[in-house]
Design a protein around this ligand. Structure first.
Ligand code: 5GP
Length: 203
């Protein structure tokens, strides 16, 4: 059985990442979502083991020391990391695995697993991103400005990504379809099928 694809999905605030991934999980059968470990506190409605594994800083550091974390980053004062064992198990079982992580983590994954497929989900423009963040009306001005500034920093790293998917207004389902197409194309790519000749010839 061939190993699953490691899919990294990044996207700035306002890109609609959560909704797109929800549609993608509903559409695709052989796909799993990697639940990250984090030291930040749960937000209202977040469930331990579903949204994140919420752990202490000591526990996080101990997991890094014992090689239990595939990649990690410090983001806004908290640690976030991908549990290694769970990721390996899913990929070995031939399932595709989604890591929803920020840009620095994506770059680390690419270094550790050059085979990973990096996808950046973007709002149609920075102006549209600003409109969406203000439209939510849930965040104070300084937070909005910080997120916009962060997006301008992160976009500088766009070059490490393999694909860019634009999330137009209300088009989350189309974005999920785009990502499904990327998965199909990657599965069929020549470099992921190195034994195609011998299979064809029956050797
Ligand atoms: P939030 O606190 O809003 O849930 O997440 C903050 C940021 O951390 C998001 O950009 C999210 O994609 C990223 N993130 C979540 N889990 C991980 C992880 O395991 N590794 C890395 N590098 N980033 C993560």
């Amino acid at each position: 059985m061939s190993r699953g694809l490691l899919l990294v999905i990044s996207g700035p605030a306002g890109s609609g990442k959560g909704t797109v991934i929800k549609y993608l999980m509903e559409k695709e059968r052989d796909i799993a979502y990697s639940v990250s470990a984090t030291t930040r506190s749960p937000r209202p409605g977040e469930v331990d083991g579903v949204n994140y594994h919420f752990i202490s800083v000591d526990e996080f550091k101990s997991r890094i020391e014992h090689g239990g974390i595939l990649e990690y980053t410090e983001y806004c004062g908290n640690f976030y990391g991908t549990p290694k064992k769970e990721a390996e198990e899913v990929l070995d079982a031939g399932k595709n695995l989604i890591l929803e992580i920020e840009v620095e983590g994506a770059a680390n994954v690419k270094r550790i697993c050059p085979d990973a497929v990096l996808i950046m989900l973007l709002p149609p423009s920075h102006a549209e991103q600003e409109r969406r963040l203000r439209g939510r009306g849930t965040e104070p001005e300084d937070k909005i400005l910080a997120r916009l500034a962060q997006a301008r920093e992160e976009i500088k790293q766009l070059g490490i990504y393999d694909y860019i998917v634009y999330n137009q207004d209300g088009a989350a389902e189309e974005c999920a379809q785009d990502i499904s197409s990327i998965i199909r194309a990657e599965r069929l790519s020549r470099r992921r099928n190195p034994d195609a000749e011998s299979k064809f010839l029956g050797n």
